[in-house]
Design a binder for this molecule. Structure first.
Ligand SMILES: O=C[C@H](O)[C@H](O)[C@H](O)COP(=O)(O)O
Length: 232
């Protein structure tokens, strides 16, 4: 089975959990796009939902699919967020933000009673960190912020480099107008400690570690979709 088919299967499984009247957080990325398309088909069949998109990209696709949208100002509490991930560990801690959307994704997931992750099995890892950890930073003070983040890594015994996404000449700019530094750490043995230390750095807006947010994951492998719940 092709990876794209697996992503679609996981997304369709999550759509089956959506019931009429739900307020949804709608994720970003290639897997979440399958979810948006499958949800759009159900909406056209009469399913009544309202959604908050986690990126401008998702907003455009959801609008094209005819999914009614709202904002967290109008609808601050959501029932369910469905989103992809770049890495998933056995505790259902995640790395997200490979597409640069993790700030809005985290706000939306935190405003939801439940988060379901959808992914193909290549995203499952024992230890997070092979995928570069996205750290969203404000453009002001970038040099100082980089040094402060480097100190966090050193304090936690982590090594690896911090690369400006898009390069210094053409930096990637997020929906929030910020930059992204990708931390190539190889392994993150204590995601909780790193998460706490990173949010304490002035200039860091949000990082891509999602801890304690996901309730379950639908992961599609060559033999079909399996359900993962957090292993403590
Ligand atoms: O910023 C992007 C998001 O966190 C995505 O959910 C994540 O990168 C996974 O994307 P994909 O489903 O395309 O692998």
């Amino acid at each position: 089975m092709m990876s794209e088919d697996m992503k679609r299967l996981a997304a369709e499984r999550a759509v089956a959990d959506v019931t009429s009247g739900m307020k949804l957080g709608i994720g970003t990325g290639s897997t979440a796009e399958h979810f948006v398309r499958a949800l759009g088909a159900r909406v056209r069949e009469g399913l009544q939902v309202i959604g908050v998109p986690t990126s401008e990209r998702t907003r455009a696709l959801a609008e094209a699919e005819g999914i009614p949208l709202t904002t967290l100002e109008e609808t601050p509490a959501l029932d369910l967020t469905v989103d992809g991930a770049d890495e998933i560990d056995p505790a259902l801690s995640l790395i997200k933000g490979g597409g640069g959307a993790h700030l809005r994704e985290k706000i939306v997931a935190a405003a939801s009673t439940r988060m379901i992750v959808i992914a193909d099995s290549s995203k499952c890892v024992e230890t997070l960190g092979k995928f570069p950890l996205p750290i969203e930073v404000v453009p002001f003070g970038l040099g100082a912020t980089r040094i402060a983040i480097g100190k966090v890594f050193a304090d936690l015994g982590l090594s690896g480099d911090l690369r400006m996404r898009g390069g210094a000449e053409h930096p990637f700019v997020t929906d929030g107008g910020h930059y992204i530094l990708d931390a190539h750490l190889g392994a993150i043995p204590d995601p909780q400690a790193l998460a706490a230390a990173l949010v304490a750095v002035p200039g860091v807006v949000e990082h891509g570690l999602f801890i304690g947010l996901a309730a379950k994951a639908y992961v599609a492998g060559p033999d079909g979709v399996f359900e993962m719940t957090a292993r403590a």
